[in-house]
Design a protein around this ligand. Sequence first.
Ligand code: OAD
Ligand code: ZN
Length: 315
Amino acid sequence: MNMLQNFLMSKLHLGSQEEVPKVLEEVTVEGVVNYIKSGKCKNIITMAGAGISTSAGIPDFRTPGTGLYSNLEKYNLPFPEAIFDIEYFRNNPKPFFVLAKELYPGTFAPTPSHWFIRLLHDKGLLLRHYTQNIDTLEHVAGLPADKVVEAHGTFRTSHCLNCRKEYSQEWVKEEIFKDSIPTCTECSGLVKPDIIFFRESLPVRFFQLMQSDFPKCDLLIILGTSLTVQPFASLVDNVPAMCPRLLINREKAGTVDPMMAMLQGMFGSAGLALDSPNNIRDVALLGDCDEGCVKMAEFLGWKDDMQALLATTKK
Ligand code: OAD
Ligand code: ZN
């Protein structure tokens, strides 16, 4: 396969990226570390998913066995994602509220991955943190609200699906914890926390900041996500063509098939080029996110700062 690719590439000049200046001296974790240390990397964007919170005791969605979608039998759903599907919810909101009670944010502590993102902020390097998570752990870790984009919404506010009346977190939480379905006091419509369900639009702020942030990005760090849900997954394609991308995850995610990557070389690529022979900027630090983040802090010479932040959780 590789031979065929290389042959086609050399004959057809497909996938040639000669025009793109290299940013990393070597396409390795060390290359990324040296780039950050060089001072040329001033604007880091982090993108995260459920994998950064699993060590806090919150399951992810798609890991076979432990992921939420493998553990929803008791709800008798037609398909696992139905629990977060807006049309399903309108007819049968009970499963979502039972789960919401179980996973209600606020009872969990940030993980070393969250503290690493906070450390990037403390070092003045974090342009923005884009998260798919609704557990609010980035706030608990002390990231200012303006640095965080909660792409899949938040539990902080709720709205009636019918008349759009807004409800406070306290009111909805009380309803959820007494096992009743939150219902609008004005029109008896269903009240839903403002987390984004499938088939709903992402918050306006996501699209606004995405447009201004990504062209400025010097390094994208992707943590703990399978990069399967759109439009979030496509954010990786919004950075400049030479911008390095570091994936810290248990498995490779968001990669394009090497043959597709080669063909897309002509038209601009989609996804991470980890397995592409043309790869000049994508690096994977595979394994546990927390371990990866602790290692990154050490490599960057920030071991003591990281220890100090980690101690915050242990107190
Ligand atoms: P997924 O469950 O799809 O992916 C989690 C990723 O993190 C997987 O690649 C895991 O291998 C990896 N992972 C889990 N624990 C890890 C750990 N401790 N260290 C390193 N890697 C780890 O979760 P998301 O990508 O966040 O949306 O899912 C995206 C969206 O799908 C969610 O926001 C949610 C869901 O449906 C909505 O509900 C709208
Ligand atoms: Zn209403």
